[in-house]
Ligand binder design. Structure first.
Ligand code: SF4
Length: 363
């Protein structure tokens, strides 16, 4: 917790924050495939609301570096909101693999259908209108309204939260500090170019006001920054000690047939990885049952392939991986056979299958 409290900037000084930041953005904006940069905007180009919305949904759980090629692939496959709305949801889920919770992909598809069918393919331009769509929360509505339509919305993502907490040296720990951070962010959001301002704040948080070792000496906002004045930038935002993530455990089974194909099953629609293909296995629990083989897809000579660990947002998962080759006595087979390389699997399943394939090859 920082020792000193710094007086907030006087209102007239706050008015200078946006011009200083926008001038920096004019020089240093990141080149992103969903973005219309400041130079293009000056020439009259406007962002495509579909691209802005798609990028914001993808960026909710994943980094810019991961999203960039995936966004381009999505847009090439479904260049308009109508095209995405017309796609089978299974295709959208498969294309989403590795981008985070599948519930988001389902909502993405639902939202595309709502825009295409109920709004004539045109995204609403206000935060309220956007919030009424499936899968669009307060943050995404504000981001799309500001970036795509230049609505004067206050956009606070993780990067902006950090920058604002430092600019104002907000001493309240997160998450309690959020309303105060939001109010402070509102006090520096300009009426002119709120979309560029929001993107400039995001860029500043990503490139200059980084979580560790912020580059205060080259920061365009150093003259306004209370944390910098205290020489305590990294002390903000103040965070409550994190609770440990629990660890769940389970077992997973890779059964191969004589063609080298692996048996996969489609997971239940509801829940984690809902509707995706995966290897069959036990439930994932902190205290799993002892006999894991009751959950095997067939009676077979199961061989241990080792364990993998995967971390989800709310828990770690340790999975024991087993593999076996189908034989004449193999029974009770469920699911579908697919070549391992052809299967579009979520990351945790890819890891488990990779482990099974490596063990089968070496054994
Ligand atoms: Fe962040 Fe430092 Fe800039 Fe303040 S001066 S906004 S702490 S980079």
């Amino acid at each position: 917790m920082p020792a000193r409290k710094t007086l907030p900037n006087p209102p007239e000084k706050l008015l200078s924050v946006a011009p200083a930041l926008l001038a920096w953005y004019g020089r240093a904006a990141r080149d992103l495939p969903w973005r219309v940069g400041p130079a293009a905007r000056r020439k009259g180009a406007r962002p495509d609301p579909y691209a802005v919305w798609l990028s914001e949904i993808m960026l909710q759980q994943t980094t810019v570096a991961t999203v960039r090629p995936r966004f381009e692939a999505f847009l090439e496959r479904w260049p308009t909101v109508e095209a995405l709305a017309a796609a089978p949801v299974e295709d959208v889920l498969a294309e989403w693999a590795g981008l985070g919770y599948y519930a988001r992909a389902r909502n993405l598809h639902k939202c595309a259908r709502a825009v295409a069918l109920e709004h004539g393919g045109v995204f609403p331009q206000t935060e309220e209108g956007l919030r009424a769509l499936p899968g669009i929360g307060a943050y995404t509505a504000a981001a799309v309204a500001a970036i795509a339509f230049d609505a004067p919305a206050v956009v606070v993502d993780g990067n902006v939260e950090r920058v604002v907490a430092r600019l104002f040296a907000i001493g309240e720990p997160l998450p309690k500090a959020r309303p105060e951070i939001r109010k402070a962010a509102g006090s520096i959001t300009p009426r002119e170019r709120p979309g560029d301002f929001a993107q400039a704040m995001m860029d500043l948080g990503a490139a200059v006001c980084t979580p560790r070792a912020p580059k205060c000496l080259i920061c365009p906002l150093a003259g306004f920054c209370a944390a910098f004045k205290q020489r305590a930038a990294e002390a903000f935002p103040v965070k409550k000690a994190k609770a440990e993530k629990p660890t769940r455990r389970g077992a997973i089974f890779a059964l191969f047939n004589s063609k080298g194909e692996v048996l996969l099953e489609r997971r239940e629609d509801k829940g984690l990885l809902g509707g995706m293909l995966g290897l069959p296995g036990t439930a994932w629990a902190e205290h799993p049952g002892a006999d894991v083989f009751v959950s095997a897809p067939a009676q077979a000579k199961w061989i241990e392939a080792g364990a993998i660990r995967h971390t989800f947002t709310h828990f770690h998962l340790d999975l024991d991986v087993y593999f076996a080759d189908e034989n004449r006595r193999t029974e009770c087979v469920i699911g579908e056979w697919l070549e391992p390389e052809a299967a579009r699997l979520p990351t945790v399943m890819k890891k488990a299958l990779g482990r099974a394939l490596a063990a089968r090859k070496s054994g």
